[in-house]
Design a protein around this ligand. Structure first.
Ligand code: WT7
Length: 633
């Protein structure tokens, strides 16, 4: 399954375009199927209708766990590093992980979980999070993991959208010096969630929590029950390749996040294949992805991808800057990490602490580096290359999305060339195209356009949960017969791809995807706000910061206090990750005669570039622009 030279890449790529079905069938042969497929691919991008490996039967956890037991049973599957370096770390071998997943799968069944149920997971980064995810997959329940930074309201919206019947959470979690009261946040959410029958609560921080009779049970008690019942083995549920594996909510250009749906067979093949290739994973290597399982990066490249390849994956509970800004490097040294996969925002933030944080750390175990989440600026790329990789480690800048399930455009470590700031070339099986505004495909090199994909790949989303039409209009209706990524992209003279950022109303703040409309809705919930417009602006560490223009005529406190109230409102409605960095009070927003906000103008002002605001002749009230310019922060 692994490509070993640039020449082989070119040849395999060619084959993957000419005979995609044969290509993917060959990749899929490397996995464990209860029954093989009748048909490799059925598709159209019109509806869309995408089916990979129809007729095949499998369970992804047999690929991630059972099939490794004989050869890798005693090898570490998960190395867990706690938030506090004084606390003991934990290592789970493949056998231990298998056993724990089976036990917890039986806990789920004891608590009424069945195949097809939706289960919400809201947990800290502890091994039990991975166990919960895999246990759902084991019994064919569909997990919907919600990142621990989201608010009660966001959780409730996600639970209700999917009509989940069970929540798995913990009393609390740690991140740096902060303790997050997860169960208490869940309790707030559940006031609005009639579908929830059961809450399973892991003890982590042992902070006091309310436990409601008939609804809430402790993880540990439930495990004891299956142990005393002697009910610890759990045969994996047989799944169709196209059965849903999970839902993961992500932001778009409307106010409401959508539930991206991934299915069992294609997602398994795609994450395993891309992990093995891009990182050129060799048996025994220690791999550390610094993301959270609450995002797609964690799903695909902490859990499923590495585990299906029998890798050792490091799970880190804490944050890069605590207790010192050298924390990542301590982890690299402690576990002799060979592959480090992180985000540009983390790199920039660690750069800002200066070279002292690197002094005395041993980076010699590192062989390969990876970056994901946003375009990486050249300065950060070179720092990563020189200070962390000591110019010995290829950097794979992996471009992909929640919707793509796995890497799409990325170097193959040590095999294909890298270029600072570039995701470089599509992986075999991926067919990117650039289009102009009219959807016309732009051929040749040295060109830019909107990035689309013209042929299906096994890891792609199948639908948006509960609303297939939304999937069609968001991704497949902008350009006929193409999947539209929402990203702008340059293809340079050598044919290398460089992602230039979103072309829709989606922000990328510290690698977190946030819709401007979502933030506006939250701001507008504040009692004195009349309306608002949110845009992104370049931010040294976060990549993009959030700039809010707010019409708030009658606020009765001072401006600063009102700003804080608005921030608090956004934290309550979405979560702290969506708090604006800047709030400018304005008396009106620049609108066209038809009432459309001219964001282009606001973006320029937020960027501090007011010299040329472009055509403002369609504005209803040009005076408003002058006022906003004068008051810019
Ligand atoms: C958006 C997807 C994919 C996992 C993390 C984010 C941006 C992602 C890169 C990269 C430039 C990137 C894109 C994309 N993005 N990786 N290597 N270079 N931009 O997943 O939350 O679904 O966000 O992140 O804009 O569309 P996500």
């Amino acid at each position: 399954m692994k490509i070993k030279s640039f020449d082989e890449y070119k040849q395999v790529y060619q084959q993957s375009v000419e005979q995609p079905e044969q290509f993917w069938a060959g990749i899929a042969d490397n996995f464990l199927w209860r029954k093989k497929w009748d048909k490799v691919l059925d598709w159209n991008f019109k509806e869309p209708n995408i089916k990979w490996f129809q007729g095949a039967k499998l369970n992804i956890t047999e690929n991630c766990l059972d099939r490794h037991l004989e050869t890798l049973g005693d090898k570490p599957a998960i190395i867990w590093e706690p938030n506090d370096p004084q606390e003991n770390h934990r290592i789970l071998t493949y056998r231990q992980l298998h056993d724990k997943v089976c036990e917890f799968a039986n806990v789920l069944k004891n608590n009424g979980a069945k195949k097809g149920d939706r289960i919400c997971i809201y947990m800290p980064m502890v091994p039990e999070l991975a166990i919960a995810v895999l246990a759902c997959a084991r019994i064919g329940a569909i997990h919907s993991v919600v990142f621990g930074g989201f608010s009660a309201q966001s959780i409730a919206d996600r639970i209700n959208d999917a009509a989940c019947n069970i929540v798995i959470t913990a009393d609390g979690g740690y991140r740096g010096t902060k303790e997050i009261p997860l169960k208490s946040i869940i309790d707030d959410a559940l006031v609005q969630c009639p579908s929830i029958q059961r809450v399973i609560v892991l003890t982590r921080s042992r902070t006091p929590v309310s436990m409601i009779k008939g609804r809430d049970v402790w993880w540990e008690d439930e495990i004891k029950k299956v142990e005393t019942q002697g009910n610890t083995a759990c045969t994996a549920e047989e799944m169709d390749a196209e059965d849903m594996l999970f839902i993961l909510y992500t932001s778009g250009s409307t106010g409401k996040p959508k539930g991206v749906v991934h299915t069992c067979g294609g997602y398994m093949v795609y994450t395993g294949y891309t992990f093995a290739n891009a990182f050129q994973y060799n048996q025994g290597e220690v791999y550390f992805c610094t993301a959270d399982i609450g995002w797609i990066t964690g799903h695909s490249y902490i859990a499923y991808g590495p585990l299906s390849q029998g890798a050792t994956t490091v799970l880190f509970e804490g944050i890069p800057s605590w207790p010192t800004p050298g924390r990542f490097w301590d982890i690299v040294e402690k576990y002799k990490v060979n592959i480090l996969y992180t985000a540009p925002t983390a790199i920039r933030s660690l750069m800002s602490f200066g070279d002292e944080a690197l002094q005395g750390k041993d980076f010699s175990s590192l062989k390969k580096l990876g970056s994901v989440g946003e375009p990486i600026n050249e300065e950060a790329w070179h720092w990563f290359d020189e200070k962390i990789g000591h110019k010995q480690c290829p950097i794979v800048d992996t471009w992909w999305q929640t919707e793509t399930g796995g890497f799409m455009i990325s170097p193959i470590a040590g095999v294909t060339p890298t270029k600072p700031g570039y995701a470089t070339l599509p992986l075999p099986g991926v067919q990117p195209v650039l289009v102009d505004e009219n959807g016309k495909i732009i051929e040749g090199n040295g060109v830019s356009g909107n990035l689309c994909i013209r042929f299906p790949w096994p890891g792609m989303l199948r639908t948006t949960y509960g609303d297939h039409n939304r999937c069609r209009t968001t991704y497949f209706a902008t350009y006929e017969n193409l999947y539209f990524t929402g990203d702008g992209c340059l293809r340079d003279e050598d044919g290398y791809y460089r992602i230039t950022g979103r072309v829709d109303d989606v922000l990328n703040v510290s690698g977190h995807r946030i819709g401007t409309a979502e933030v506006e809705n939250a701001i507008n919930m504040h009692s004195s706000v009349v309306e608002s417009a949110v845009v992104g602006y370049p931010h040294d560490i976060k990549g993009q910061g959030i700039y809010a223009f707010v019409v708030c005529p009658k606020h009765h406190a001072d401006d600063d206090l009102t700003r804080k109230d608005i921030m608090m409102t956004v934290s309550r409605i979405i979560g702290a990750i969506a708090k604006p960095d800047k709030i400018q009070f304005v008396t009106g927003l620049p609108k066209t005669r038809s009432g459309k906000i001219m964001r282009r103008i606001l973006r320029k002002i937020a960027e501090g570039d007011t010299s040329n605001l472009g055509d403002t002749s369609t504005l209803l009230d040009p005076a408003v622009v002058e006022e906003i310019k004068a008051g810019a922060l």
